[in-house]
Design a protein around this ligand. Sequence first.
Ligand SMILES: Cc1cc2nc3c(=O)[nH]c(=O)nc-3n(C[C@H](O)[C@H](O)[C@H](O)COP(=O)(O)OP(=O)(O)OC[C@H]3O[C@@H](n4cnc5c(N)ncnc54)[C@H](O)[C@@H]3O)c2cc1C
Length: 174
Amino acid sequence: MSETHDIVVAGAGHNSLLAAAYLAKAGFRCLVLEAQDHIGGDTATEEMSLPGFRHDSCSTAHNLIQSSPTLRAYAPNLTDDKILSSVVKSPPDLERSNGHNWHGSCHGGDMSPEQMGDRRPVPGWAQHRMPIPGLYQTGATTHPGGSVSGAPGRNAAAVMLADLGTSIEEVVGG
Ligand SMILES: Cc1cc2nc3c(=O)[nH]c(=O)nc-3n(C[C@H](O)[C@H](O)[C@H](O)COP(=O)(O)OP(=O)(O)OC[C@H]3O[C@@H](n4cnc5c(N)ncnc54)[C@H](O)[C@@H]3O)c2cc1C
């Protein structure tokens, strides 16, 4: 059975899923294509240390924090024998698991002043519209950048809905 779609979304990170959800709520048929075998991108829950222990691998499993002198000073009983397991991921590991982590950047590209605001991803493309009509970009590479905020997805949906003759307020309020 052939199916038709109004919108194709490449990647199932939380930002593009959020944009697709707004568009679907507006009545558009969306097809989300994901390169990996799971959705969520870097907002993933994985069994990565010991069997049966599942971690939010890109938000709360910050193993490096264990060696922080400040943490050790305030939690003197946190000694090495209490740490059951640790996982080290190099920049190439991060890039291999998700191409969005370009050169190991966990924010879809450095969040330095020259790449922020109306210069993210590059000057002229900051409003989510790409040079090809009907092609849009969202995600950590776009304003306001990386982290699990959903803001790039929400902003991209607002731009797309405006171009499609409606508005995010109408969709959410309706
Ligand atoms: C190690 C690490 C620690 C982090 N810690 C924190 C933290 O503590 N707090 C916080 O707020 N944020 C943290 N972040 C950042 C945060 O996880 C990311 O900024 C956020 O998940 C990006 O979401 P996204 O939706 O923009 O894209 P991503 O989560 O990068 O998802 C993009 C998705 O698109 C897919 N994709 C890419 N290209 C294609 C294609 N051509 N076709 C199909 N699919 C494609 C990818 O496979 C991926 O699933 C961390 C990130 C990492 C890597």
